[in-house]
Design a protein around this ligand. Sequence first.
Ligand SMILES: Cc1ncc(COP(=O)(O)O)c(C=O)c1O
Length: 442
Amino acid sequence: MTDARDPNARYEDRTARSRELYSRARRSIAGGTTRTSVWFEPYPLYAVSGEGCRIVDADGVERIDCIGNYSALVLGHRHPAVLAAIAAQLERGTAFSAPSEREVELAELLCERVPSVERVRFTTTGTEATMYAMRVARAATGRKVVARFEGGYHGSHDFAQVSTHPDLEAAGDGRRPFGVADGPGIPPGVFDATLVLPFNDLESSNALLTERAGDLAAVIIEPVMGSSGCIPADAGFLEGLRATTRKLGSLLIFDEVISLRLGHGGAQSVYAVDPDLTTMGKIIGGGLPVAAFGGSAGLMAILDPEAAITMEQAGTYNGNPLGAAAGAATMRELSRGAIERLNAAGERLRIELREVFAAHELAVQITGMGSVLAVHFTARPVHDYRDVAAADRALLRRFVIGMLNEGVFLAPRGMMALSTPMTEDDLERVVRAADRVASDLA
Ligand SMILES: Cc1ncc(COP(=O)(O)O)c(C=O)c1O
């Protein structure tokens, strides 16, 4: 008999088809999933369809989609303007070995919105965008080291897979963290060209940066750390890094793959700090795989095929017209007003979730900014990765599975990213679901 309070048993009871698909997947896909970030125990939920802020799983169960493909679906599923743009482009063709007007339109929209970005280049993934941004920085400065923050996530290329979720035993002193490989296979040269910094600790970061000044090509940072737990940079932190990188003659890269949704011109417009290079992804593809990197016309000139020395960038699906059409439609819909409403909904949800957990006397921190938020089971205020690592992961896992059982789909790591179709009623349901789950956890 199923224990009504055991969230795993309840999950397994309702997800037979996902279980079947997962065991079938394990026979052809390594580890049964092609995207580690969507995997969780006992097996991930398989999706069949989505509409607005709802997602339907393989067993026909509908849930409120509170993660929207890890923040990419800012307009929710199947937004009419996005579908119309895709349908119109579908009539004309899906991919050409030639540029199309669609990529020009999306590029113009991004350059208009983000003042520090005068020129962009498209890629298919955020991973490639950060890889190229780092390369532009190395090419522009003639230096090799890219500094990044412990817990920051910049995709899955070799230079990005250092200290995104290090074991704290291996990571050493929080003020001078060691670079720890995210897994096997990262070549030793990567560590030679990487400096790991403590997030939200300007004094220690400045000291470490100054030590490597002669070698330092760039500092890459998410203005609001996403994957490691929606942690905003403290006031003054980004300004401080801006000043230090200028002083040291290195570049500042803002990885806005997630945070672009937080302001009309990205999180950089909210913080009023201009980086030299910006990487973007998720929302700019409107649900299709599109990402980009960009910066001033002068810096990006290195990619000009007419230049004497050109940094090569190719990619079969770069600037893909279907993705660019979906992305442009999304960015047009995502007005200042829409962003303000979405951010206000995020703020309200943070406040109400805090109230719920407090009422159940559970020590929980709700972090985030605007429309992205995360739940951490810890009494310790969360300012960096180490605070997240100190939280109770087993309780978080029970919470996430409990929320799935209560009809709310969120990321296995407790992250949520809201979408414009969410109504007051939807948010209320999320809060009520959290209340029920919290009462089981307390
Ligand atoms: C801040 C950040 N940078 C880069 C990436 C990598 O993007 P992609 O998954 O498209 O390769 C992600 C993905 O979640 C991200 O959150």
